[in-house]
Every structure is written in structure tokens, then in C-alpha cells.
Design a protein around this ligand. Structure first.
Ligand SMILES: *Cc1c(COP(=O)(O)O)cnc(C)c1O
Length: 428
């Protein structure tokens, strides 16, 4: 191990605290975390000079590849002007341009306002607060509840966490958050009294943290109808599904659904800088006009950060210049073929689930039962995959494969070959 690598690992173990991480294990003497230093396209390098395919798009964020020249140039250009100015009391050119661009993805008179924040969780927080304040200011103070879906994930700040349907993440904080009911299916939702519901929140087309589980086709459009018939707002959390992952720019476009609130983050800047946006309708916005106390009292210091806006605008330009969406069908087909070959080769693959360029590969014992959780099978396979040049993370025993959209069909094949080798080596 190089001296630098050793020094960085020691410093990390002495002072860093990682997300969702058992720090005791992380800091154990025999653990050698990878120190990732740079990347290009869908490839990353560690401090020992080893090259890896970024198989989960750096935790679901990266779109056009690492160190993309167009995005980097846009960030540099803005950096020479200013890295940050206040969006409270001022505006700046790129925020105005980005807001126009984002609204432009939707028909006129639909999503027309953009509220910027920093992360997926804050995009969701912002939608929740807007949805509640809207009810207070439009004569419906009794609509105070949210409904979310079982096993859903919407972020980790307290408000977003109260929507979360995954017990191991959220149960301990449940009593501190918003009033939120959970349903498994649309049928269960239909059984509820809609009068007290402010909004329903869903990850459209596919639940991410729930081991990549797609919804039945048509479900989103039905949910939209249910909400419309009862005056309930629909909040779509497209933090994972946004920006081409499912094959269209936004997942909701697949079912011609337009939400009342759309939450965007991860891929917004192409995966370069933390930035989020909550889009909403003019009908919602109007309720915040008039008396001063009707204003939306919410914001963050780095709201509409100019570097983030520059990156987001550049990422959207790259979608056009590289015809990113037009190239997706071939990649999605190649992924589908690769996944089915992988499944055919391995009895331990119980199911492969795919939505666009998002895939979950669920491992089970050959008799169909789950592996004992303490065996941490998914984790072991992902660690084995590193030796074959593939980086990704599992969710329980489901291996996530979600390449940057720029990956070529052949790169997708070779990443799946690495996974094949890892499963053969580790489990068979
Ligand atoms: C990642 C994610 C979030 C949270 O986003 P952060 O940027 O991590 O706060 C919310 N919703 C979904 C669907 C996500 O995948």
C-alpha cells in the first residue's frame, strides 16, 4: 500500500463518520477502504492506481460520467465569476435560466415554479412544508396527513424520514415526525378517508431503497386519478428516477402524469454538486401570495448555488449534445439481455428487476429462501466484484446495478461479466 493511501485511511478512521455505516467494522485494523481519487466517463480510480467501473453511478448520482469536460468547463467558468451569492433578496442569471429549463420539460400551465435546495431530502422537505402551508392558506386546515407507501424511501431529514416506510431506517424516529400513514397498494389507499390527507407521496415507477422494486404498469396514472378525484396533492419523489434513469427524462412522463410537486436532486447536476429542486404548480404558488405571513418561510444558505446551477444547465446541454436519451433504448436492451443471461447462469439469482438503466439482482439460496442475514451475501458479492473491476453496493441481498447513462452497451456487458465472476467466485 502506498504511503499516501495509508495516511488517508488512518486519518479517515481517526476522524470521519460515514453514512449508514457500522463504524466499528469500518475502523477495524483489517479493513482497507478504497480511497477513490479520480474518474473519467463511467470509470473511477483508487489511490493505488486500480481502475473500476462505477456500477451504481456513485450512489445513484452520476449521469454523463466523471469529469465531463462540458460540465467541468461550466463550473470553472462560473467559479471565475463567483462561487456563491445569496438567493435571499437577490437572483442570478443561472438560477433564472435553470428554472425556465426545468419548467420547460412540462406542458405550459402545469409545473411552473421551482424552489431550489440542496439534497433529495430537502427537496422532499420543501414539498411537504409547501403542501401543508398550502392547506392552511386555502381553507383546508384539516388536511394535515401525508400518505406514503410501505417500504418507500424519501430521505433522512426528520420530515422526509417520517414518510419512510422501511422499519430499519425509520422506526426509531417515527414519533418525532409528520403525521404519515403507510399503504402497500393502491387498493389500500382507496380504503382511506381522503378528507384529512394533504398529499400522497411516491417514488414513481420503481422504489429504489426497497431493493429496486418496480410498480405495476399503469399504477401511477391510477394514483393521479385517485388524488384528483379527492382533492389530494400528488408529490413525486424523482430523486432517483429523474434525469433519464428510467429511459425518459422523468419517470412520470412514462405514464403521462404530472404531479403537484416534483422533487429532483441526485442527477440534477449530472452527479457533480449537491443541488435539488422542488417544482410545483401555479395553483399551489398562488396560495402563498397576498398578506406577508402567507410567504413560504423556508430556505437554506446555499439555495440556488451558482456552481450547482452551472453544472445542472451544462448537464442538460449534454443531454442534447450527446443525444443521451435517444441512445438509451439500445443500452436498456443490452442490460435486459445481460441480466437474463446472468440469471440463467446462476441459480442463486432469484429475480432480476429492471426499470430503464436501473437494475436490482436479488440473491437467494437455490431453494428460494433468503440467505441468513448475518451472512451478508450481497455485501460479500460486491466486495468480490471489486477484484473484477466493478464498484457497486447491495441493498440487503439485492445487488444494485445502475451505470451512468454514458456507459456504452459494451461497457454494460463487461460490468455484468465482472458481476458474473464475482457471483461464481463467492457463492458457487
Ligand atoms: C437518495 C434519495 C433521497 C434522498 O436524497 P439525498 O440527496 O440523499 O438527501 C430521497 N428520495 C429518493 C427516492 C432517493 O433515492
Amino acid at each position: 500500500m502506498r504511503d499516501d493511501t495509508r495516511r488517508w485511511i488512518e486519518a479517515d478512521k481517526a476522524h470521519c463518520w460515514h453514512p449508514f455505516t457500522r463504524q466499528g467494522e469500518w475502523c477495524a485494523p483489517d479493513q482497507e477502504p478504497l480511497v477513490l481519487t479520480h474518474g473519467t466517463g463511467p470509470w473511477l480510480w483508487d489511490s493505488e492506481g486500480r481502475k473500476y467501473f462505477d456500477g451504481n453511478s456513485s450512489i445513484w448520482t452520476n449521469i454523463h460520467g466523471h469529469a465531463h469536460p462540458v460540465i467541468n468547463a461550466a463550473i470553472r467558468d462560473q467559479l471565475d465569476k463567483t462561487a456563491h451569492v445569496s438567493f435571499l433578496g437577490f437572483t442570478h442569471p443561472l438560477a433564472a435560466e435553470l428554472a425556465v429549463k426545468l419548467c420547460g420539460f412540462f406542458p405550459p400551465q402545469t409545473l411552473e415554479r421551482v424552489f431550489f435546495s440542496d439534497d433529495g431530502s430537502t427537496a422532499v422537505e420543501c414539498a411537504l412544508k409547501m403542501a401543508l402551508q398550502y392547506r392552511q392558506q386555502s381553507g383546508e386546515p384539516g388536511r394535515t396527513r401525508f400518505i406514503a407507501f410501505a417500504d418507500g424511501y424519501h430521505g433522512d431529514t426528520l420530515g422526509a424520514a417520517s414518510l419512510g416506510g422501511i422499519g430499519r431506517f425509520f422506526d426509531r424516529f417515527r414519533s418525532h415526525g409528520y403525521e404519515c400513514g403507510h399503504v402497500r397498494t393502491l387498493d389500500e389507499l382507496c380504503g382511506l378517508d381522503a378528507e384529512t390527507i394533504a398529499a400522497v407521496v411516491i417514488e414513481p415507477l420503481i422504489q429504489g431503497v426497497n431493493e429496486m422494486r418496480p410498480w405495476p404498469a399503469g399504477m401511477l396514472a391510477e394514483l393521479r386519478d385517485w388524488c384528483d378525484d379527492r382533492g389530494v396533492h400528488l408529490i413525486l419523489d424523482e430523486v432517483m428516477t429523474g434525469f433519464g434513469r428510467t429511459g425518459t427524462m422523468f419517470a412520470c412522463q412514462r405514464e403521462n402524469v404530472i404531479p403537484d410537486f416534483l422533487c429532483l436532486a441526485k442527477g440534477l447536476t449530472g452527479g457533480t454538486l449537491p443541488m435539488a429542486a422542488t417544482l410545483t404548480t401555479d395553483a399551489v404558488y398562488q396560495a402563498f401570495l397576498g398578506a406577508p405571513e402567507r410567504a413560504f418561510y423556508y430556505g437554506h444558505s446555499y439555495t440556488a448555488n451558482p456552481l450547482g446551477c452551472a453544472a445542472a444547465l451544462a448537464s442538460l446541454r449534454v443531454f442534447d449534445e450527446e443525444q443521451t436519451l435517444a441512445k438509451l433504448p439500445e443500452k436498456i436492451d443490452r442490460l435486459r439481455a445481460g441480466l437474463s443471461a446472468l440469471k440463467a447462469a446462476h441459480p442463486v439469482i432469484r429475480e432480476v428487476r429492471q426499470c430503464g438503466l436501473i437494475a436490482g439482482i436479488e440473491l437467494r439460496q437455490p431453494d428460494g429462501t433468503r440467505f441468513p442475514p448475518e451472512r451478508r451475501t450481497g455485501e460479500a458479492v460486491c466486495i468480490a466484484a471489486r477484484a473484477h473491476g466493478l464498484l457497486t453496493r447491495p441493498i440487503l441481498d439485492t445487488i444494485v446495478f445502475m451505470p451512468p447513462l454514458c456507459a456504452t452497451p459494451d461497457e454494460i456487458d463487461s460490468a455484468l461479466a465482472a458481476l458474473h465472476a464475482a457471483i461464481s467466485g463467492d457463492l458457487e
